[in-house]
Design a protein around this ligand. Structure first.
Ligand code: ASP
Length: 322
């Protein structure tokens, strides 16, 4: 290599490693794939605020809502790998590769992994005046009126889509689906009575359930949720093997320098250790991962296992978004 070129390469390397040591020197942006006020956004805001402390910089939450949540990962993939743009996402990182044939990002090759945040169960809810007061009445009603009822979700690949798809297949009934760019706008329409029911994370439904603004027919976890102990699981009510758990995690663009990634991992670990964060999540029905799961290795293994678990189920269901 000619001497001036070698010099330029070396000084760029030194500059980037000095930059990595001093990181972060300005606010970070955490992209959220769904609308503000929804469950993913709620988790993002708690984590962003608590990570700001150890990082010494504000972590700004920016919503990039799209049906199925596929725009934010693409944008993070194409961002500069300097630690200033990161992604929060949920189980959609594992389900969208099977649902979208034209997906413009690869969860297994386009990102650096930061770590796992929490697990969140879902709830099956309906508008407050829906004519069914328990799960049995709900099933009878939607089977008899399958051409009249409507189901809200956040687009193909969303947690609400996954849950609805599994539910419809479990009860062998197809229902009209209304897609939104997140379950925050879907919840508004459910509260307004424009749509009949949906399956959504407890991080979005707990307060509506507790205040009686929606009807609830069951939780999707294998066991009852400690913060909503009176709500039976769907398994308990006869849907054998029906279990959907939504997990959240943080990602950075591929090529983010190791010292920068280490700082992000450390900040996430501080966040999941924080009693205030754990309590906020527990009150919303979510279980925060321990710090040894808030690591790149744990996230990578979990993501791979979830892709392996969901891909054959989705392929069998024959659902495609494109
Ligand atoms: N709960 C949504 C979903 O179905 C996402 C959201 O609005 O946060 O994935």
């Amino acid at each position: 290599m000619p001497l001036p070129r070698l010099f330029a390469v070396l000084s760029a390397l030194v500059a980037s490693s000095v930059g990595a040591q001093q990181y972060p020197t300005k606010p970070l942006t955490m992209l959220v794939p769904y609308a503000a006020g929804g469950p993913t956004d709620t988790v993002a805001r708690v984590v962003a605020q608590s990570m700001s402390k150890p990082l010494g910089q504000t972590v700004i939450v920016e919503n990039k809502p799209s049906a199925g949540g596929i725009l934010a990962p693409e944008q993070v993939k194409n961002s500069k790998p300097d630690g200033y743009t990161i992604l929060i996402h949920h189980i959609g990182m594992a389900t969208t590769p099977a649902l979208y044939r034209q997906l413009r990002f690869n969860p297994l090759t386009d990102f650096e992994y930061i770590g796992l945040i929490n697990d969140v169960p879902m709830t099956l809810i309906a508008r407050a005046n829906f004519p069914a007061n328990n799960f049995k009445e709900f099933l009878d009603y939607i089977k008899k009126n399958k051409d009249k009822v409507s189901y809200a979700n956040a687009g193909i690949g969303a947690a609400s889509h996954l849950c609805g798809m599994l539910f419809m297949s479990a009860i062998e009934t197809d229902i009209l689906t209304v897609p939104y760019k997140g379950t925050a706008p879907a919840m508004n329409d459910l509260l307004g009575g424009q749509v009949d029911f949906m399956c959504d994370q407890t991080t979005n439904t707990t307060s509506q359930i507790k205040s009686g603004k929606v009807k609830v027919y069951g939780v999707t976890s294998a066991t009852r949720v400690p913060s909503l102990p009176e709500i039976p699981t769907l398994q308990e009510q006869g849907l054998k093997g029906f279990e959907v758990g939504i997990w959240h995690a943080l990602y950075a663009p591929k090529g983010t320098p190791k010292p920068v990634l280490d700082k992000l991992v450390g900040a996430l670990q501080d966040s999941v250790k924080d009693e205030g964060v754990r309590k906020k999540f527990a009150d919303l029905g979510a279980t925060t991962y321990p710090p040894d799961k808030a690591t790149p290795a744990a996230l990578k293994a979990h993501l791979k296992a979830e892709i392996d678990k969901w891909t054959p189920l989705i392929k069998k269901a024959g659902v495609y978004a494109d």
